[in-house]
Design a protein around this ligand. Structure first.
Ligand SMILES: Cc1ncc(COP(=O)(O)O)c(C=O)c1O
Length: 483
């Protein structure tokens, strides 16, 4: 594959780009119950136009592009006001939840370096339901994640377990509003008060919930406290590219005040080039995501969001009631917004198999592994595009569950996990190829059927499954062997 000697005609380029999408999830179908937050065609047109209008402006230097500084400040303030923040609260625009969370952890690390210099091996305490990006933040920033249990049945953080996990090296406590997996909000006031007692910072991951929960509250739904007004909460992340319906590349990190935010910002004047000040992680970046986020907030307005939240909540209630009423399944915990997880209560239903069977009628449900007291389950997130499909979902789902319940159990697949126990597992090619063969994964193609893959990955020790996942992607992504 080489850059063509002569450029291709525009029409051909767009034809190829369209063709490449042939095997993607069909996000416009309203049947993709994860990954996608789609508010419909009109909103797309607005975000698309705003994005392209600012495509080339570079947010590397807000002094050279004051329009971007203004857009960023306005988006941050609109978000902070929606979350009922005081005027002391400050924030920045980032590329997504992961960047916001890494910045929250960096701020805590650098703050503790400045005011608690005796801490040499910083630790952060978080429930096992905290998003994987927080593990990534720890990994990148040299922080030890101290992971605590959640309560059986509610899947909310066990605050006593967090208390017991605090040591002289702790710098930060984390809670989620809600955690992605189960859609359940942690007891943020208790976690934050524990942080105050122990002179620690406290971050609330409201990446998925911040916008949706704020409008639920305005609509009169009962929403537990989770924002920066809770005494002890020092930072909060909220994604606009989820339930703000902005295109991907839009999140906000908020800090209680400027004193804390200064530990987030990075400057460099010691190299031979231009002086750099980065409020977030990335340096040069398109103004597109900011402009599109600004446009969608203004286009929807409070009324537009409230309408969507109301519709989405009605569809969620319908789906949760429908799924809970199916013999052999249960919804985990009591979800606080429009996302939930369903697990099996009978050996006859293997949820990973169920997900594969649902794929056949075009539905995508997200498999989640059994971890500690959370059983293997399928995650469902609703958004505006899924609302008209809620009844059709239940119809297809009930039928598929019946078929799975009365179909033959594939003992070969169940035996895989037993076989695994007999293997000696190492971090080497032999282990990788053996496991790939067991999972039916050949070559470097993405597997068609994920059931075996999920069963195996779930049963492996965490570090081995992570090693295998990294190896797989390393093989699948350009490995240098192509023509
Ligand atoms: C609670 C929570 N935090 C963080 C993230 C990470 O966000 P992103 O994928 O935008 O980096 C997600 C993503 O779903 C999430 O649900």
């Amino acid at each position: 594959m080489k850059i063509p000697k002569n450029g291709l005609p525009k029409e051909e380029i767009f034809k190829i780009l369209q063709d490449y999408k042939g095997h993607d999830l069909d996000w416009q179908s309203g049947k993709v119950l994860g990954f996608i937050y789609d508010a419909g065609k009109e909103v797309h047109e607005v975000t698309h136009e705003a994005y392209t209008l600012y495509l080339t402006e570079n947010a590397l230097d807000p002094l050279s592009f004051p329009s971007l500084l203004r857009l960023e400040n306005e988006v941050v303030r609109m978000t902070a006001n929606l979350l009922d923040c005081s005027s002391d609260v400050v924030g920045n625009f980032t590329s997504g939840g992961t960047e916001s969370l890494i910045l929250a952890v960096k701020t805590a690390r650098d703050y503790s370096r400045a005011v608690k210099s005796h801490i040499k091996e910083p630790e952060m305490v978080m429930p096992i339901t905290a998003h994987s990006s927080l593990y990534k933040a720890c990994h990148y920033l040299g922080i030890k994640p101290v992971v605590t249990r959640v309560h059986d049945n509610t899947f909310k953080a066990d605050v006593d377990a967090m208390r017991a996990a605090i040591t002289d090296n702790s710098i930060l406590l984390v809670g989620s509003a809600p955690g992605y997996a189960h859609g359940v909000i942690d007891p943020i006031p208790e976690i934050a008060s524990l942080a105050v007692e122990n002179d620690l910072l406290c971050h609330v991951d409201a990446c998925v919930g911040g916008i949706h929960l704020s409008y639920m509250r305005q609509l009169g739904y009962e929403v537990p406290d989770f924002n920066l007004n809770v005494p002890g909460v020092t930072s909060l992340s909220v994604d606009l590219h989820k339930y703000g319906y902005a295109p991907k590349g839009a999140s906000i990190i908020l800090h209680k005040n400027k004193e804390l935010r200064k530990y987030q910002i990075w400057g460099c004047s010691r190299w031979t080039g231009y002086p750099v000040i980065n409020a977030a992680i990335t340096s040069a970046k398109s103004g597109g995501p900011m402009a599109a986020a600004w446009a969608v907030l203004n286009y929807m307005g409070d009324d537009g969001y409230k309408e969507i939240v109301q519709e989405v909540m009605a569809a969620t209630e319908l789906m949760i009631a429908g799924v809970s009423g199916i013999d052999g399944l249960r919804v985990l915990g009591k979800p606080d917004m429009c996302m939930f997880a369903l697990a099996s209560t009978t050996e006859k239903i293997n949820v990973y198999h169920l997900a594969e069977e649902m794929k056949k009628s075009g539905w995508y449900l997200q498999p989640q592994f059994a971890r500690e007291n959370s059983p293997a389950n399928l995650h469902i997130s609703l958004n505006r595009s899924t609302v008209p499909r809620a009844k059709a979902f239940l119809k297809d789902f009930e039928k598929t569950v019946e078929n799975v319940k009365h179909g033959d159990v594939d003992h070969q697949i169940l035996d895989l996990q037993k076989e695994l126990k007999k293997l000696s597992l190492e971090y080497d090619d032999e282990t990788f190829f053996k496991l790939a063969e067991m999972a039916g994964v050949t070559g470097t193609e993405p597997p068609e059927n994920m059931e075996k893959v999920n069963m195996l990955l779930e049963a492996l020790p965490y570090d081995i499954s992570e090693y295998i996942m990294v190896e797989f992607i390393n093989n699948m992504m350009d490995s240098g062997n192509h023509q």
